[in-house]
Design a protein around this ligand. Structure first.
Ligand code: PLP
Length: 333
């Protein structure tokens, strides 16, 4: 089976499983799990932040970031297609009384900063209070330019807004730019990073930020039922991921690029844009794509939509196999 649906489908490697087996454990709600503590210290150090919190998922991490930085009746600005706005069941609104203000992403995955400035609400009791500006990096596989982050940060500071990054795949961005994750995190108060995407851990995310915010998030994590006990067994996989699976993300990027560059030349195939990281965005008419999806499924390749994601469990041989199948499909239809 070749599964291109998402980089969430990776299974822990034998070495990662061994690290989980070997992990010293304790009760993390008492702050006594040495492996969770080690993961949080490592995440804080890598990102250049004061503190870090191990959480069950990226959704929980983003939720805690919003709940810890916005009060009821306050507002956060995020992309219309942002995970925090669109794919998290409206958690911040439901649980925190926090109003989302979505704006469209441009084709670079950015929020237009003039539009953001025009959307920030003046201090007037008619309005919700704009409190936080949220970006996503990578956004649909696109890497935000560092100059843009600097401009974004300046704008947020000018209006006294908090800055959150949904950095589910921030390591993909850092590896693509050949920079340290610290350099990206510098522009944000809080950053959420998934361990269970390209980094290939089975479970978990980390939320990093200043001590006061992370302390608040820790209380809120308990409130939403995210206080896990011997969670070190999971955190061990996270440590393994951070120590071993970051640099290898470039293999996923190379595989995505190879796949895109090869299939874009096939008759009846089209790619939306050059992949920057681990996502190939196809652009086929709906019915043709359905036929392709069925053809691939018959031959052991699973895709969901026209976003194909490379990851640790997709080898270069797998990519070649997908390509061969696309070639055959292209000739026969
Ligand atoms: C996957 C993802 C999340 C949420 O992570 P889960 O662990 O699935 O809850 C958040 N933001 C982005 C951009 C993601 O891709």
């Amino acid at each position: 089976m070749i599964d291109l649906r998402s980089d969430t489908v990776t299974l822990p490697s034998p070495e990662m499983r061994q690290a989980m087996v070997d992990a010293p454990l304790g009760d993390d709600v008492y702050g006594e799990d040495p492996t969770v503590n080690a993961l949080e210290a490592l995440a804080a150090e890598l990102t250049g932040k004061e503190s870090a919190l191990f959480v069950s998922s990226g959704t929980q991490s983003n939720l805690l970031a919003l709940l810890s930085q916005c009060d009821r009746g306050e507002e956060y600005i995020a992309g219309q297609e942002a995970h925090t706005y669109r794919f998290e069941a409206g958690g911040a609104a439901v649980l925190g009384g926090i109003q989302p203000q979505p704006l469209p992403f441009n084709n670079l995955g950015e929020l237009d900063l003039d539009q953001v400035a025009a959307t920030i609400k003046p201090d007037d009791f008619h309005f919700a209070k704009t409190k936080l500006l949220c970006l996503e990096n990578t956004q649909a596989g696109r890497v935000l330019a560092m100059a843009y982050l600097a401009d974004y940060s300046r704008l947020a500071d000018k209006y006294g807004l908090r800055k959150h990054l949904d950095g589910a795949r921030a390591f993909n961005a850092a590896v693509k730019l050949s920079i340290s994750i610290k350099e990206i995190c510098e522009y944000f108060d809080t950053v959420s990073i998934c361990l269970s995407k390209g980094l290939a851990a089975p479970v978990g995310s980390v939320l990093v930020g200043d001590q006061i915010t992370i302390d608040k998030a820790r209380r809120l994590r308990k409130m939403v039922g995210g206080g896990m006990r011997q969670a070190g067994i999971l955190a061990a996989a996270g440590i393994y991921a951070l120590e071993n699976n970051v640099e290898r993300l470039q293999e996923d990027h190379a595989n995505a690029l190879f796949l895109a560059d090869s299939i874009r030349n096939l008759a009846g195939f089209n790619i939306k844009e050059e992949p920057q990281t681990n996502m190939v965005m196809l652009d086929l008419p709906k019915t043709r794509f359905s036929a392709l999806k069925a053809w691939l499924a018959q031959h052991g390749v699973t895709v969901s939509g026209q976003r194909w994601v490379t990851h640790r469990d997709i080898s270069t041989d797998d990519v070649q196999r997908v390509l061969d199948l696309c070639v055959e499909f292209s000739k026969s239809s």
